[in-house]
Ligand binder design. Structure first.
Ligand code: G3P
Length: 218
């Protein structure tokens, strides 16, 4: 299972890389805006650090502009993946970009049929947003299960990036379902490592260690 980090913050990416938990990065316009720096500056800092896939999202809404914006983004580096929202214009843009050999991450996917269309259009990745579905009382992970079943039925090569992850159980359920990738906020990556019995165990070992007699050797 690949872990992408869902952030445009370079410090979080650096820390995630040091842990060995960053196989790629996903950004979106909201995450870029949080950095309060120009887009090109944020992106060049990320691309300097990361060799895995880095998703950068277009902000155009019509096919022609999405394609030209996507081509510009793709020209920044070989590992750029162009993130395109799943609209009819977005599907047309995905088809064109895929035809030109550019990897597309079809984003803002909320139904299995949208994911089927993304795969047929040639998207390299599809991003179902599980947290936002949970927010409106739909089971986000049920969507992931449906997409994985449909892709397996027809042997689509499109990889599923579970997105809008809010807590560790989203990662656990994604892994149990065999999702290819989870894109995870840094805070959740840290949560995955934590367990109170690990901390308690360390305290007990260190307390017992104090009872080990000192060596008699001089
Ligand atoms: O990658 C998409 C993801 O960042 C959306 O997350 O928490 O804004 O729903 P969220």
């Amino acid at each position: 299972m690949n872990f992408f980090i869902d952030t445009a913050n370079v410090e979080e990416i650096r820390q995630g890389l040091a842990l060995g938990m960053v196989d790629g990065v996903t950004t979106n316009p909201s995450l870029i805006a949080k950095e309060k720096k120009p887009f090109d500056e944020v992106v060049s800092n990320i691309l300097e650090l990361v060799s895995g896939p880095v998703s950068l999202e277009v902000i155009s809404l019509d096919t022609e502009s999405m394609v030209s914006e996507g081509k510009k983004l793709a020209s920044l580096s070989d590992n750029v993946v162009v993130k395109i929202p799943l609209t009819l214009d977005g599907l047309r843009a995905t088809k064109e970009l895929a035809h030109a050999g550019i990897a597309v991450n079809q984003t803002l996917v909320f139904s299995p049929l949208q994911a089927l269309l993304a795969a047929k259009a040639g998207a390299a990745y599809v991003s179902p947003f599980v947290g936002r579905l949970d927010d409106i009382s739909h089971h986000g992970l049920a969507l992931v299960e449906q997409i994985l079943a449909i892709y397996a039925n027809y042997m689509f090569e499109t990889k599923v990036i579970v997105a809008s992850i809010r807590h560790p159980l989203h990662v656990l359920d994604s892994a149990m379902l065999g999702a290819h990738i989870a894109t995870i906020p840094f805070k959740v990556i840290e949560q995955l490592a934590k367990h109170p019995l690990t901390d308690k165990g360390i305290d007990m070992f260190l307390a017992d260690w104090k009872n080990v007699p000192a060596s008699k050797k001089k």
